[in-house]
Design a protein around this ligand. Structure first.
Ligand code: GTR
Length: 324
């Protein structure tokens, strides 16, 4: 009697544990950002939607803080099917999926709203589809605000101030050419190495949005942030093609819809975090200045010419510009 009660109790506790634990198939997602960052939270939310809509058959575990490696490596691992989901900036995809170069071009978007409208429409769909030829399935675009320069040396008030300065950029030719076109020197480097490179003077500065500048603590060492907003590069959420192919068409539809639904959540989180991050760095004594963008826009013309090298790419750029 006693034993059988104990067994029942053990069984009940066991089921409770199983019920509250992970889904039957737990998929892994990579992110370079720390816990709490809007992209990390958006993918966690996506995981909740997937778990709910597949009645617990699938769940998603987000490995934040570059636990699975730097972006370039995690992209390779996602292509190889080792990682199921990956949330990455479009920048590191520039060398793999040529269409991603167009939205990564400096000053191609007029504003975050312009970027949102473009990526929510047919151009966004086209770019998402382009990932499939590279063992990846493009699921959604997330926000990444505008990227601006920051440095350890001085306020940048004109194009002249940028001359000869060394800036870390994402490992992408578009980013390298952009910085070099401004007369500065580009140093492509993994995100996780930037803090110490700033601290030791290997580089003079880097460029990013407010939440990255703040959450990666670069503001502790780089005290000058210049609002030039040279790029509004969306983030991308991709899935490994081999993980995708294991899903039934019904589950694929659930995953796609959940990814779209997570964009709404991400944008709310993003808008709030952008504000908060700017407040944090301002309170920490970062000197912020605005700069006349026109000379920078003019200097970027050769970069546009270089990357809009085919009729297809030119046409996409023209359609982006024509988007309201
Ligand atoms: C951030 C982006 C990251 C990473 C980083 C970088 O804005 O969210 O995915 O690409 O920039 O500069 O490496």
């Amino acid at each position: 009697m006693y034993i059988s009660r104990l067994t029942t109790l053990a069984f009940a506790v066991g089921s409770l544990l199983i019920g509250s634990a992970s889904a039957q198939t737990q998929l892994r997602s990579a992110d370079t950002h720390p816990d709490g960052y809007p992209t990390v939270e958006a993918v966690k939310y996506l995981g909740e939607l997937i778990k709910e809509r597949t009645a617990g058959r699938y769940g998603v575990e987000v490995y934040h803080s570059a636990q699975l490696g730097e972006e370039k490596d995690t992209i390779e691992q996602t292509q190889a099917g080792v990682i199921d989901f990956n949330r990455v900036s479009m920048g590191p995809f520039n060398g793999i999926v040529p269409l991603t170069r167009v939205p990564s071009l400096p000053y191609i978007f007029r504003s975050t709203d312009h970027m949102r409208h473009t990526m929510d429409g047919p151009i966004g769909e086209e770019i998402l589809k382009a990932f499939e030829a590279h063992n990846l399935v493009g699921l959604a675009f997330y926000d990444s605000g505008a990227r601006s320069f920051y440095n350890t040396k001085k306020p940048i008030t004109s194009l002249d101030d940028l001359k000869g300065m060394k800036f870390r950029v994402i490992q992408s030719d578009v980013f390298v050419d952009m910085v070099n076109a401004l007369g500065a020197n580009a140093t492509p480097m993994a995100y996780g190495e930037v803090y110490s490179a700033l601290e030791t003077g290997v580089i003079d500065g880097a460029e990013n949005n407010w939440p990255s500048f703040e959450s990666a603590k670069h503001f502790e060492v780089a005290k000058y942030y210049t609002i030039d907003q040279h790029q509004i590069v969306p983030e991308v959420l991709v899935m490994s093609k081999s993980s995708w192919d294991k899903l039934t068409p019904e589950d694929q539809a659930i995953f796609r819809q959940a990814a779209k639904d997570s964009v709404v959540k991400m944008r709310e989180l993003w808008d709030a975090r952008e504000k908060k991050s700017r407040e944090i760095v301002e309170a920490a004594g970062v000197k912020i200045n605005e700069i006349d963008k026109q000379p920078l826009i003019d200097a970027m013309k050769p970069v546009h010419e270089k990357y809009l090298s085919t009729p297809e790419l030119k046409d996409m750029a023209a359609r982006i510009q024509a988007t309201e």
